[in-house]
Write a protein that binds this ligand. Structure first.
Ligand SMILES: C[S@@+](CC[C@H](N)C(=O)[O-])C[C@H]1O[C@@H](n2cnc3c(N)ncnc32)[C@H](O)[C@@H]1O
Length: 277
């Protein structure tokens, strides 16, 4: 999938903020009492949630001096986490207007709106000058972008020389037809999965040097096993969780993800790269 309207239609929920408010109430919280931990299960839309973010983002050497770009930021959960944990200033860009608008409200609830700026826009044409960012990352976004080299060329432009880029995407790691729907696409026609080799050649053609690679298959299967055990023990999903973002097809999408990963067709993979000076 690379048609921007198709992508944002796929992710648009229609009543997301109200659904999050309702979940908060069930947690016994309100916008005045909510904290960053409460939102983690719903505002980090990638395999492993906040736990995955911590393990991935620690490799970017983030600091309070950095201006960081969150590419395809979704609701901005990781943007807020980076601002909170590392003290960085963060700009998030995402195609889906509802995610950006909802994310801005979540930033204001947490008092992070002065350090986190979320904007609607495309990762393929960022509204920022050359060399604006010290670091950049994208989590579970490339599965919706067919032109990987074009994407990495644009991120290379927006980064300072020596700047780090982290990619944490679901990638094609084996043969076999995928079972759909999955969280990023309802059918094969709207999925833009690529192998780690394609990512790495796109990165190097754009002017990056890949410094680390990690396949997160076992972590992903363990994460899904824990999610299923918790859901079974509680008799249903938690008040705030990714089922809210994925809608009524959430159980099928999760089941298919587990099957596709278990069968070795796909896996979440991290790549860390540096812009060559
Ligand atoms: C699975 S969500 C991940 C969101 C966020 N990175 C996270 O981990 O919580 C994929 C996101 O990528 C965004 N996206 C897809 N293609 C994009 C593009 N070309 N430019 C900007 N955002 C894009 C979608 O709108 C969606 O919010």
């Amino acid at each position: 999938m690379s048609d921007p309207e198709g992508v944002s239609n796929h992710y648009t929920h229609g009543g997301l903020l109200d659904a999050i408010r309702a979940g908060l109430e069930r947690l016994g919280k309100s916008p005045d009492t909510v904290d960053i931990q409460d939102l983690g299960p719903v505002d980090e839309f990638h395999i492993g949630g906040r736990e995955a973010s911590e393990q991935f983002l620690d490799q970017l050497q983030l600091s309070g001096d950095d201006h960081v770009l969150d590419v395809g930021c979704g609701l901005g959960g990781a943007s807020r986490f980076v601002a909170h944990r590392y003290g960085s200033r963060v700009t998030g860009v995402d195609l889906t207007e509802e995610y950006v608008e909802t994310g801005r409200v979540l930033c204001s609830w947490l008092g992070l709106d002065h350090r986190v700026d979320l904007r609607q826009g495309s990762a393929m044409a960022l509204p920022h000058p050359d060399g604006e960012f010290d670091k950049a990352y994208m989590m579970h976004v490339g599965m919706n972008i067919a032109d990987k080299q074009g994407l990495f060329t644009e991120l290379h432009r927006a980064l300072k020389p020596g700047g780090r880029l982290g990619v944490y995407d679901v990638m094609r790691v084996g043969e076999g037809e995928l079972t759909f729907p999955v969280p990023w696409a309802m059918t094969a026609e709207t999925s833009a999965l690529d192998a780690p080799e394609t990512y790495k050649s796109g990165l190097s053609a754009a002017g990056f040097r890949v410094v680390a690679e990690r396949n997160r298959r076992d972590f992903a299967l363990d994460f899904f096993a824990r999610l299923q055990a918790n859901t079974a023990a509680a008799g249903g999903p938690p008040p705030l969780g990714l089922h809210i973002l994925m809608g009524e097809t959430a159980p099928t999408k999760i089941k298919n993800m587990i099957e596709n990963i278990s069968e070795g067709r796909i896996a979440p993979v991290e790549l860390i790269a540096e812009k060559l000076p």
